[in-house]
Design a binder for this molecule. Structure first.
Ligand code: V47
Length: 396
């Protein structure tokens, strides 16, 4: 007679049966996944969920990043980008014309999305941001403006004396379409008090997204990992995002993608810490896929992970690589050796070589073009055949 054994709570087998049954994972499960020695086992589980939801489809878009000002009153320990005041060495604030020129210069192969993240500048009028958005829309009315993190929206509300709803409504009238996920860092107060004590709190970050979702706006969310936080802090962070999505991810609003951001140590207040390893990056993608059962997309942001690790992440739970980007500055300042932009062909190749189907999307995940699947690119097949032949010759 066979004895049926129930797997012990928190073991990979117990977590696997929950995942296969479509059951929600707990805080303890999340911590156990972060601690599990076999990252491949964790990755395979996340991959199964990724394939259940998206099959082989892997998304990217044509986007460009613009940071119009790096002047920032906050003093985040991890930031290598901000300058405290206008006039400080390296401080810059673009004029509208300079910012718009970035788009005009790319109209022959235009981006479908402009992603703007800035410092918290104390000296600009609110109208500067409204006119900035409106100007981009005048140049290209169908461009999607994914702009201003929840931390910026919170700052605008305090600085200009408005509610979150009023700020978002005015920006929306000027051209704002959705919000990026930056500024989340680590929510837990034990960590947040040390790495970003003087900007929006976790509750304020989540509240801005709550209000945006209530207005039917799509947003993204992030987590900056690999510095002073513990696995428990990471799981706490992910579960707070999941709880908000349970509450608001209906009726057209909600989070559409989660982006784990690997900490880069160069030139900031935590430069004595090592950067997270590739294994940590892959594991974090996988655990995020498994815990965030109500957020449709997990991005392997190639700027933060390097294109090479991001490509592997497509087998660890991620289904999106972000986009072409063109000109990234935040990670450059913090020591990233990733290129500052990728071509569409480059992204398609990364995805095809991972054995996935590249899908160009717009910001809201409408399909622009589905590319062909390629088992292995021709060149790789030729090299492999040549090597195999040589190997056989040596052996005979
Ligand atoms: O908010 C800053 C992070 C974020 C460092 O929503 C750092 O689609 C690592 O949020 N090491 C901005 N990270 C980028 C961001 C983002 C990126 C891609 C896509 C989306 C999206 C959003 O970068 C900041 C902060 O959390 N960051 N400095 C650093 N030294």
């Amino acid at each position: 007679m066979h004895t049926v054994t129930t797997p012990r709570v928190g073991t990979i087998e117990a977590i696997e049966s929950k995942v296969r049954a479509g059951e929600r994972l707990s805080f303890e499960d999340g911590v156990a996944l972060f601690r599990h020695p076999d990252v491949i086992a964790v990755g395979q589980l996340a991959n199964a969920v990724r394939e259940r939801v998206h099959g082989d489809r892997t998304y990217f878009n044509r986007n460009m990043r613009i940071e119009v000002t790096n002047v920032c009153v906050a003093s985040c320990l991890f930031c290598s980008f901000a300058k405290l005041e206008e006039g400080a060495p390296g401080a810059h604030t673009m004029s509208h014309e300079e910012a718009w020129q970035e788009l005009r210069a790319r109209l022959d192969d235009p981006p479908s999305e402009i992603h703007i993240v800035n410092g918290l500048h104390p000296g600009l009028p609110f109208a500067y941001y409204e006119e900035l958005l409106a100007g981009f829309k005048r140049i290209k009315p169908d461009v999607h403006m994914k702009c201003f993190t929840a931390v910026e929206i919170h700052f605008f509300a305090r600085h200009y004396g408005m509610t979150y709803g009023e700020v978002l409504e005015r920006l929306r009238r000027a051209g704002l379409d959705s919000m990026p996920g930056g500024g989340a860092e680590i929510f837990h107060p034990e960590v947040r008090a040390r790495i970003s004590h003087d900007k929006a709190t976790a509750d304020e970050y989540l509240d801005v997204h709550r209000v945006a979702h209530g207005m039917g706006m799509r947003t993204n969310c992030t987590m900056l990992y690999g510095h002073i936080e513990t696995f428990e802090h990471r799981v706490d962070h992910l579960l707070r995002l999941r709880a908000l999505q349970d509450e608001t991810g209906v009726d057209g609003g909600g989070f559409q993608a989660f982006i784990p951001l690997a900490f880069h140590p160069d030139g900031n207040g935590m430069r004595n810490l090592p950067a997270p390893t590739a294994i940590d990056a892959l594991r974090t993608v996988a655990v995020s896929r498994l815990l965030l059962d109500n957020i449709p997309h997990i991005k392997a942001y190639w700027v933060s992970m390097t294109p090479e690790v991001a490509q592997i992440a497509l087998r660890f739970g991620a289904d999106d690589l972000d986009g072409t980007i063109v000109h990234e500055t935040i990670y450059r300042a913090a020591g990233s050796r990733s290129p500052s932009g990728l071509t569409v062909d480059g992204l398609v190749r990364l995805i095809q070589e991972a054995g996935r189907v590249p899908v160009e999307r717009d910001t809201l995940y409408n399909v622009v073009r589905e590319h062909a699947r390629a088992a292995l690119p021709e060149s790789a097949l030729k090299v492999r055949d040549r090597n195999a032949k040589k190997h056989l010759e040596v052996m005979s």
